[in-house]
Design a protein around this ligand. Structure first.
Ligand code: FAD
Ligand code: NAD
Length: 477
């Protein structure tokens, strides 16, 4: 007789492990099936985010930013530093240590909450049975009243540039987080979030970075006024970003990778030491459900779900990167909480209109809600308030006074519809707008909120004031 749980979660990334912990908090007997093997070939929780995604990338972004600042940028403060050198091995060891601490932390949380970790590959069978295949090939079938599928995503491969992380010449994000030498030249296919973040890391450490982006619009999902400013600033920093450029073939030689590409001026070739392919990710659904389970898949292989993350099968849910919506860790985690609470008979809910986005470049880019181009396309009347960091005292003191805050409010109701930031600590500032939107605040509410001085948050305040032409530290037009 198969062991039966209240809930079995398949996948222990930020969607799955959060769902499992919340289920256990609510008194549900919960198991989580997870198969990840880390860089030490040991089983690990935390999924893409903790092992090869958010955490190692932010760790290297932070380290490379310090290196770059000390090497290039501190003179304006009147500080002279000489003899700066890079210890890449130590930088990588620090990254690995942080990953180990955080993934170990999830395993401790599982123990403390009584979540059972079933190590191996999980596959949904009929009637909410789950087959678990261990590393040694042995299988066990467990039953569940509820199953939550949280199997995540993996990089998209393109025929013109086949990834081989072990060889280390043409790599995906996992390979680019683990170079053991700074490449002299780094080619990047796809100037999206991963391309920009990892391109920034290696550029700061000394690589010449060339990015080949297929489409005409840079950061098409971002507000285009912000995206234009970002493109200008990144190019000024030395990132060679080429739009409307298609890679047609690659060839490995003794000198590196020869990349053939096409742009509006014709066909070209360039040779780079390493090539990063970052053209998006696709849902992980290989062998996740047996045909007899009857699980319905939607467009491009995503598991089909409704707004409550219910699949077509009663008692079976899917969350995180494996379902529609932005591929962001916090989106998956909040879906996990919603589903756990609904299983426990509570009223879980997620406001898909208030999910923040952050790109951890320098300057950072962050936003929540509608872009100006979306409001135009949807015919929603709006007002704009902007404020430049050049007029913010704290940003000046930080030597980080570039970029701006842009707020969009409904022209009739003044409801805050979107906030778009390029500038220092945009990742933190955007949370004020997320909270405001969650509470259905108007731009007037933000304008009447007292903001400490001198803080970067004053730029948020001034942008809100500017919606009604009352910003104090700029000339209102
Ligand atoms: P995953 O994290 O992919 O976890 C899925 C888990 O399921 C994995 O551990 C996998 O081993 C396991 N699994 C899969 N199939 C099975 C199976 N059949 N049986 C058992 N286990 C299985 N997002 C942000 O919000 N902020 C960031 O700064 C950020 N930075 C990123 C940087 C990089 C380089 C990358 C690649 C991604 C980044 N992301 C970031 C995206 C973020 O990592 C994902 O959105 C997030 O990890 C999705 O969580 P998830 O739980 O749905 O899937
Ligand atoms: P992305 O969708 O952000 O960017 C991919 C880019 O590649 C796009 O600009 C696209 O136009 C371009 N592209 C597609 N095919 C191409 C081709 N053949 N040649 C040239 N360009 C091509 O995807 P990503 O950067 O791979 O990141 C994957 C996901 O991971 C993202 O959806 C993102 O949500 C998540 N992520 C988030 C963060 C963060 O939150 N800070 C960081 C990293 C990754």
């Amino acid at each position: 007789m198969a062991k039966t749980y209240d809930v079995v979660v398949i996948g222990g990334g930020p969607a799955g492990y959060v769902a499992a912990i919340r289920c256990a908090q609510l008194g549900l007997e919960t198991a989580c099936v997870e198969k990840w093997l880390n860089f030490k070939n040991e089983p690990a929780l935390g999924g893409t985010c903790l092992n090869v995604g958010c955490i190692p990338s932010k760790t290297l972004l932070e380290s490379s930013e310090h290196y770059h600042l000390i090497k290039e940028g501190i003179n304006n403060h009147g500080i002279r530093v000489e003899g700066v050198s890079l210890n890449l091995d130590q930088m990588m060891a620090r990254k690995e240590d942080i990953v180990m601490q955080l993934t170990g932390g999830i395993s401790a949380l599982f123990k403390a909450n009584g979540v059972e970790w079933l190590q191996g590959h999980g596959k949904l069978l009929a009637d909410r049975q789950v087959e678990v295949t261990a590393r040694d090939g042995s299988t066990e079938v467990v039953g569940a009243d509820h199953v939550i599928i949280a199997t995540g995503s993996q990089p998209i491969d393109i025929g013109a540039a086949r990834v081989d992380n072990a060889e280390g010449l043409i790599v995906d994000s996992t390979g680019a987080l683990d170079f053991r030498q700074v490449p002299k030249t780094l080619g990047v296919i796809g100037a999206g979030v991963i391309g920009l973040e990892l391109g920034s890391v290696w550029s700061r450490l000394g690589s010449k970075v060339v990015m080949l982006e297929a489409v005409e619009d840079f950061l098409a999902l971002a507000d285009q006024q912000i995206a234009r400013d970002a493109l200008r600033q990144f190019r000024k920093q030395g990132l060679d970003i080429r739009l409307e450029t298609r890679v047609t073939a690659t060839r490995k030689t003794a000198d590196g990778v020869v990349v053939s590409f096409k742009d509006k001026n014709g066909d070209h070739e360039m040779t780079v030491d390493k090539l990063l392919v970052s053209v998006g990710r696709r849902p992980n659904t290989d062998n996740v459900a047996a045909p007899e389970a009857g699980l319905l898949f939607g467009e491009r292989g995503y598991i089909h779900v409704n707004d409550e993350c219910e699949t077509n099968l009663p008692g079976v849910f899917a969350i995180g990167d494996v379902v529609r919506g932005p591929m962001l860790a916090h989106k998956g985690s909040e879906e996990g909480v919603m589903v756990a609470e609904n299983i426990a008979g509570q009223h879980g809910h997620l406001n898909y209109d208030a999910i923040p986005w952050v790109i951890y470049t320098n300057p950072e880019i962050a936003w929540v809600g509608k872009t100006e181009q979306a409001l135009k396309a949807e015919g929603i009347p709006y007002k704009i308030g902007t404020f430049p960091f050049a007029a913010n005292g704290r940003a000046k003191a930080m030597e980080a006074a570039s970029g701006m805050v842009k707020m969009l409010a409904h022209a009739e109701t003044d409801l805050l519809l979107g906030c778009h930031i390029i500038g220092p600590f945009a990742s933190e500032l955007v949370q004020e707008a997320v909270l405001a939107m969650e509470f259905h605040a108007s731009s007037e509410d933000l304008a009447r909120t007292i903001h400490g001085h001198p803080t970067l948050y004053e730029a948020m305040h001034e942008a809100a004031l500017s919606v009604h032409g009352r910003a104090i530290h700029k000339i209102n037009t």
